[in-house]
Ligand binder design. Structure first.
Ligand code: GLN
Length: 536
């Protein structure tokens, strides 16, 4: 592979005991404290799932599908990476087994293996290593998180790939981090380390000796646990980070730093010792946990109820917009299907709600409820932010309120007499298939003097998309009479990207997903606008 004599240092993050421990937050936080030392850091998730990408995964089970600027449909961990490292990632940062397999099979069919048998080792593992190498190129530090836990049926090849990597680039250039769990046993009132020991032994049995152990636990644990973990897992005490549940995930980099993990990593990888600058991050964590006098309640009209992971970036964007405005945020889940089926007034559902968000979504379940919510927001002048599907139902709502009773989106009703939302010309016929969407960054031109132009403080923007349907241009002339305006369009004017309602404090909806580019220290203008108008 020609990997010798390169300057990049590699950090591999694996997990044991159980999933959902916050491996992604750990990887992001490690990246954060190294970036705050001035190093250039890239980060990548290797997911052993057999899927090609996360585009077809059910968000209720797997959480939000995050989209990169170049249009990769990825696992939600990439969202954490982008927020914690304040970078924009690409396709190279999200690799699933299916993608690696597909490449191998294509190569095999093309005869590239010259008659050889194609094997997990070395062919599959080398393909994985190639993806790591490409993503790492040019960075001081490259972090690689392996999805799932050690011992999963899908993962041996991934673990073998990262084990071998050290012999290719030099063990001294690699640091292995294992994230484990310390359960608390109520009956005997003690923290148990055995599952962590077993998970570490499992990693050792496949040839990886961890350098850093991150132990998650429900509450603070005392120092003897560190010593015990060190003795029985074979990791020096300095290389053990204890992570009790945090008030906010944005605290985690600071907790790691307090335990000396930044210097430990720097020393182990022989990186130049540098002081971290975590000022910005201190402020984020302070605001994220602060109690403010003002409060805003946002009703999120959704069909995947009570699972914040499904709308991860939307929640993070709302939260950060609120804390930078000095507002405590209250989220109220509003079940779109219940609105849909409710006869009579839906006012009770929006009692005490200061603003409404309709997030993205696919399929017809709950859509009528979302349309009703948008109609309500228009009529009662409740601040509204529509995200992708939220724009589409916003346009339908405006049309219906203005008397176009049968207005609908072609996705919901293919034979609608008034398809105010329809398929993009170049997508016709591909509606049902994966990979036929408008994905990733597209430029948008904002109308001078619009609310959004004032919020963005510029005219040209670039935002991330993930959708098949669009505003139907045949109806654009009617927008004025419906009380809405296309205030953002593609530069040639052919696609509607943002609408605003006239004579409304804040009815703004975008065809793109502003939540993906919002940052904990730099909330997205459209979310700021929403929170602002909620407290007016
Ligand atoms: N289902 C809609 C479309 O495909 C909206 C997609 C979304 O909200 N991301 O256009």
């Amino acid at each position: 592979m020609g990997l010798r004599k390169q300057r990049t240092k590699y950090i591999f993050v694996t997990g044991g005991v159980l999933s959902g421990l916050g491996k992604g937050i750990t990887a992001s936080s490690i990246g954060n404290i190294l970036k705050s030392r001035g190093f250039s850091v890239n980060i990548q998730k290797l997911d052993p799932y057999l899927n090609v990408d996360a585009g077809t995964l059910n968000p209720a089970e797997h959480g939000e599908c995050f989209v990169t600027k170049d249009g990769a449909e990825t696992d939600l961990d990439l969202g954490h990476y982008e927020r914690f490292l304040d970078i924009e990632l690409t396709q190279a940062s999200s690799i699933m087994s299916g993608r690696v397999l597909r490449k191998l099979i294509d190569d095999e069919r093309a005869g590239k293996f010259l008659g050889k048998t194609v094997q997990v080792v070395p062919h599959f593992t080398e393909a994985i290593q190639e993806y790591i190498k490409v993503a790492a190129d040019g960075f001081d530090i490259h972090i690689v998180e392996i999805g799932g836990t050690v011992g999963d049926y899908e993962s041996p090849a991934f673990f073998e790939a990262i084990r071998e990597y050290a012999s290719k680039v030099g063990r001294e250039n690699c640091l292995y981090v294992h994230v484990v769990y310390l359960p608390f046993l109520g009956t005997s009132q003690e923290i148990k380390t055995k599952p962590a020991q077993n998970a570490t032994r499992e990693l050792r049995s496949i040839g990886i000796m961890p350098d850093l152990l991150v132990a998650r636990c429900e509450s603070k644990v005392n120092g003897h646990v560190r010593k015990k973990l060190s003795d029985f897992c074979g990791v020096s005490e300095k290389g053990i980070a204890l992570l009790p549940n945090a008030k906010t995930v944005y605290e985690v980099p600071l907790t790691l730093e307090k335990q000396g993990i930044g210097s430990y990593i720097s020393n182990t990888l022989d990186l130049k010792s540098r002081k971290p600058n975590l000022k910005k991050w201190d402020e984020v964590s302070r605001r994220a946990t602060a109690k403010f006098d003002k409060k805003a309640t946002i009703g999120v009209v959704a069909k995947y109820m009570d699972n914040q992971d499904t709308y991860m970036s939307v929640f993070e964007a709302l939260k950060s917009a609120a804390w930078w405005q000095g507002v405590n945020l209250e989220i109220k889940w509003i079940d779109a299907e219940k609105i849909e089926s409710s006869r009579g007034s839906i006012g009770a559902k929006f009692k005490n709600v200061d603003g409404i968000v309709v997030p993205g979504g696919f399929g017809s379940r709950g859509v009528e409820g979302k349309i009703k919510a948008a109609q309500w927001a228009l009529k009662h002048k409740v601040p509204y932010l529509g995200l992708c599907l939220g724009l589409q139902v916003g346009v339908v709502a405006a049309a219906r309120n203005a008397g176009v009773k049968d207005a609908n989106s072609a996705e919901i009703q293919s034979d609608s007499p008034d398809p105010v939302i329809s398929t993009m010309a170049d997508q016709k016929g591909k509606e049902g298939t994966g990979g036929s969407m408008r994905l990733g960054n597209y430029p948008c031109l904002l109308l001078k003097n619009s609310k959004v132009a004032k919020l963005y403080k510029k005219k040209n923007i670039l935002e991330r998309h993930r959708h098949r349907y669009e505003c139907n241009n045949d109806y654009r002339k009617q927008y004025n009479s419906w009380g809405i305006e296309a205030v953002g369009t593609s530069p040639d004017g052919s696609l509607v990207e943002i609408i605003e309602a006239k004579n409304h404090p804040y009815f703004v909806a975008s065809q793109f997903h502003p939540e993906f580019t919002s940052r904990p220290n730099r909330p997205h203008p459209l979310f700021r606008g929403l929170i602002d108008s909620c407290i007016q």
